[in-house]
Design a protein around this ligand. Structure first.
Ligand SMILES: Nc1nc2c(ncn2[C@@H]2O[C@H](COP(=O)(O)OP(=O)(O)OP(=O)(O)O)[C@@H](O)[C@H]2O)c(=O)[nH]1
Ligand SMILES: [Mg+2]
Length: 392
């Protein structure tokens, strides 16, 4: 016995292929639907693989195989022996039974494909690959309007090849994301000014403000040989000051505590003298609480020309993120840091924000490790994740 594999788009197609080449006596060992994973799932469509075994003495692959039951019968009728004819009758009945069973399976499949066709009527796009990409982007949290912007034009084109469609989609996503990349950051400019630069971190509760401060300041202190002083106004949460103090101690930095906005100037002046940068940590505040937002504004009013980062957890849903951005936009200008992208399944919200093009994105954080789990925001990595690969 020998084994041979056949690949095709449908089960009927591979069965037909195998039957044509190996005849009706071949045995089907398995029929599997193979789905390529990750980005390959887009470039290569799922396909059906049939594995069959056959008797090499009966089937010579180069020879034209016996076609079907009917040609078989015709050949046998040509034989004159009665014994042969009886044997033939038995075989014919057996084969007809097999044929009926095959027809039943075929009908069952035809019914199923009929319901698939019905679903197709609900598809947004006529090109199946474009539809597939659409569904994938939606599942990753990309807003339908953003999907339309990316996919509508491509869907209009006839006979596009798969590679080209994927390339166009990938490049469109990267372009959208790259438009939001923030350039020219105080943190990255080698601060040669005499005065220390103040960098403020705002955001709702628990999004990772203090951890992000530790990551960014470590990079400046350890790799760029800069001096960073810290100020915290988070006197609400027990242990918040301690958290920042612990990082400061490890980094050999000074920490000042601000209890009320009027103290801010004095503390900044104190740290200005010996530092290149002053990182200001704030208490996590609900953007829905007007009093909280007023307090933040009062605090910012005391700081001259700060660079502000709004820290947003990418695990929030798009509507919440939009609200947060809108509320903070009313009283300050900021760049965004998206945290916890290691924890989200809907990284598409970042693309939605980039598409809105109101704010620039500076960094993403990808885990809890200080200082390593922070990266400069880049369109390429997010685009790959949106098309099915892992964030690496
Ligand atoms: N998985 C993951 N966890 C993170 C990331 N960044 C921060 N965290 C975790 O989020 C939790 C809150 O982090 P903090 O830095 O204390 O957050 P915060 O915004 O300062 O919190 P408040 O000051 O209470 O508002 C901690 O357990 C961090 O380790 C990240 O990128 N990925
Ligand atoms: Mg904090």
């Amino acid at each position: 016995m020998k084994i041979k594999k056949y690949q095709g788009e449908t089960e009927e197609q591979v069965i037909e292929l195998a039957k044509k080449e190996l005849g009706n006596d071949a045995i089907v060992l398995s029929i599997k639907r193979i789905t390529p994973t990750g980005i390959f799932s887009i470039i290569k469509k799922p396909y059906i693989e049939l594995t069959a075994s056959y008797d090499e003495n009966k089937v010579k692959l180069e020879e034209k195989p016996k076609n079907n039951v009917f040609s078989d019968i015709r050949n046998k009728i040509a034989s004159n022996s009665i014994e042969d004819k009886l044997k033939e009758k038995d075989n014919t009945i057996e084969r007809l039974e097999k044929r009926i069973a095959e027809l039943e399976t075929y009908l069952e499949k035809a019914m199923k494909s009929l319901s698939i066709d019905k679903n197709k009527a609900n598809n947004k796009y006529k090109n199946q690959l474009v539809q597939f990409i659409y569904e994938m982007l939606i599942a990753k949290g990309v807003h339908p309007a953003v999907c339309s912007e990316i996919l509508e034009e491509i869907d209009k084109e006839e006979n596009q090849n798969i590679d080209l469609i994927v390339k166009i989609v990938y490049n469109k996503i990267i372009k959208m994301l790259d438009n939001a990349v923030c350039t020219d950051l105080f943190i990255e400019n080698d601060n040669k000014q005499k005065e220390a630069k103040t960098i403020v971190f705002l955001g709702t509760t628990g999004v990772g403000k203090t951890t992000t401060i530790a990551k960014l300041s470590s990079e400046l202190i350890m790799n760029k040989n800069k001096k960073v002083g810290f100020i915290t106004s988070d006197t609400y949460r027990i242990a918040a000051v301690e958290q920042l103090k612990t990082y400061a101690e490890i980094l050999g930095s000074q920490v000042e505590i601000v209890y009320k906005p009027e103290d801010m100037k004095e503390k900044i002046d104190k740290l200005k003298v010996i530092n290149d940068y002053i990182f200001i940590d704030t208490a996590g505040r609900s953007h829905k609480n007007e009093k909280n937002m007023r307090e933040i504004k009062e605090l910012l009013d005391e700081i001259d020309n700060p660079e502000i980062y709004l820290v947003i957890s990418s695990t929030n849903n798009f509507d919440d993120i939009e609200n947060i951005i809108d509320v903070y936009s009313k009283f300050c200008k900021f760049n965004i840091i998206f945290t916890k992208i290691d924890e989200t399944d809907t990284i598409g919200t970042i693309l939605n924000i980039a598409y809105k093009a109101k704010n620039k994105i500076a960094y993403v954080t990808v885990g809890q490790n200080v200082p390593s789990d922070i990266e400069r925001f880049s369109g390429e990595k997010i685009a790959k994740v949106l098309l099915g690969s892992m964030y690496k």
